[in-house]
Design a protein around this ligand. Structure first.
Ligand SMILES: [Ca+2]
Ligand SMILES: [Ca+2]
Ligand SMILES: [Ca+2]
Ligand SMILES: [Ca+2]
Length: 430
């Protein structure tokens, strides 16, 4: 691990304090004379405040500077550093906690009060850094300091954020990531999100996607950090680990994009592999995570199976799903995905076109069972509208859309349901 590089984040603040002296020859150092629109002087004072451990005053000076000039990257950077210190946070320490000797994340065993301190502080500093990164990537800063400068610290903050959210979901869960050395694949266990309220599950995915962006922005610095959050990867060669990690970043970003595009329907996408029909088409965990529509309802990667069912063509080609497998001991040993009365059918587990390149050239990513069902478009051809009515119709004591309605107006797997199947559909919903 190239830990020396992490020193950057801290050393730079001192460097900036020195370097901005040159453009502040008119500032005598007396704070009472700084006008609120003198960005350079405010930034200069801010860094002096940090050196004196006056973090609240530093934050005030940087905030004033940003009010005068929101493009001032040194002020954004200084504000992030001041806030981090205001909360007594230290990214070195976070990295240290990310892994203890027995390969468990230190945040899982930390007392609640200590975790709360991290949670609040990280939340606050990320709000600053997210604004800075948003500006940096859309050419709205002076570019004296770039995202890549903070990418390593940002990754630690985001991954710590994720660790804390997972801890909240289930104190037993060590981590939602695991590494399979034989296939060089990083697996994400989405089931760690099942116990979280929807908004917190969305937060976790968003934080992961931000980490993924940071990983892509500055791989040299950030991959060693990601590695320290992954148990069992210490001995994996750098290039292999990097390939595996890079492959998983696009998947995370893809999931996050789905949530951004469908904010009211997060539950349709985040409960991967929960053994429940999440999108109201009657089919259970029908999709696979390939960025494609596998059942013909016009939606992509809704109501997914877990990542553990996917066999990729190679570990660097995550989108190229070569085949699906039923993990031993999983719910899919008995789960009837299309509800036609038979579980573990090849129709539910095989693509119409076995080879990923054939699926691409034929523009057909359907699983075989999709050929046996039809989806009925809602009003104005809206494929989601009626599924959505069924999805939200959860109260068995006050059913709005009965089975007959669902068969006629949605189709999908509802056509395979008996009345008793329909009653069972309501189980596990609130
Ligand atoms: Ca599901
Ligand atoms: Ca479904
Ligand atoms: Ca679909
Ligand atoms: Ca899919």
């Amino acid at each position: 691990m190239r830990r020396a590089k992490y020193v950057q984040f801290f050393a730079l603040a001192a460097l900036i304090a020195t370097s901005v002296v040159g453009c502040n020859i008119f500032n005598p150092g007396g704070k009472e004379h700084i006008s609120d629109d003198d960005t350079d002087a405010l930034v200069y004072e801010g860094y002096i405040d940090i050196q004196k451990s006056e973090y609240t005053r530093a934050a005030q000076n940087f905030s004033k500077a940003l009010k005068a000039d929101s493009a001032c990257s040194k002020a954004w950077y200084g504000l992030a550093k001041a806030v981090l210190n205001q909360y007594g946070l230290n990214v070195f320490e976070m990295l240290k906690y990310s892994k203890t000797e027995n390969n468990t994340n230190g945040f899982m065993t930390m007392p609640d009060a200590a975790v709360e301190k991290y949670r609040v502080g990280i939340d606050t500093v990320l709000k600053v850094l997210d604004q800075f990164i948003d500006r940096d990537t859309t050419d709205r800063t002076d570019k004296q300091i770039r995202f890549s400068t903070v990418a390593n610290s940002y990754t630690i903050l985001q991954l710590t954020n994720v660790a804390i959210l997972i801890r909240k979901a289930n104190s037993e869960a060590e981590t939602m990531f695991s590494y399979d050395g034989s296939s060089n694949q990083i697996a994400i266990d989405w089931s760690s999100l099942h116990n979280l309220p929807t908004d917190e599950a969305v937060q976790t995915i968003t934080a992961l996607a931000s980490s993924a962006e940071a990983l892509k922005a500055d791989p040299d610095n950030t991959f060693p950090i990601f590695r320290s959050f992954l148990p069992g990867t210490d001995t994996v060669p750098d290039d292999e680990f990097r390939d595996g990690a890079l492959a998983v970043t696009d998947q995370i970003i893809n999931m996050s994009d789905n949530l951004t595009n469908h904010p009211d329907r997060a539950e349709v996408f985040i409960r991967a592999g929960n053994g429940i029909d999440d999108d109201g088409d009657g089919c259970i965990d029908e999709e696979v995570w390939d960025g494609q529509d596998n059942d013909g309802d016009g939606e992509i990667d809704e109501d997914q199976r877990p990542g553990s069912v996917l066999v990729y063509k190679s570990h660097t080609s995550r989108r190229a799903v070569a085949a699906l497998k039923i993990p031993e001991g999983s719910i899919y040993e008995t789960l009837d995905i299309d509800m036609n009365g038979v579980a573990k059918e090849t129709d539910e587990w095989e693509f119409i076109y076995a080879a990923p390149e054939d699926r691409e050239s034929q523009k057909n990513h359907f699983l075989k069972f999709a050929m046996k069902i039809n989806f009925v478009p809602g009003p104005n051809g809206d494929m989601i509208k009626n599924k959505e009515l069924a999805r939200l119709d959860k109260d068995i004591n006050n059913i709005q859309y009965d089975l007959a309605w669902r068969k006629i107006n949605i189709g999908g797997c509802w056509v395979n349901y008996s009345e008793s199947d329909f009653i069972n559909w309501f189980q596990g919903r609130n």
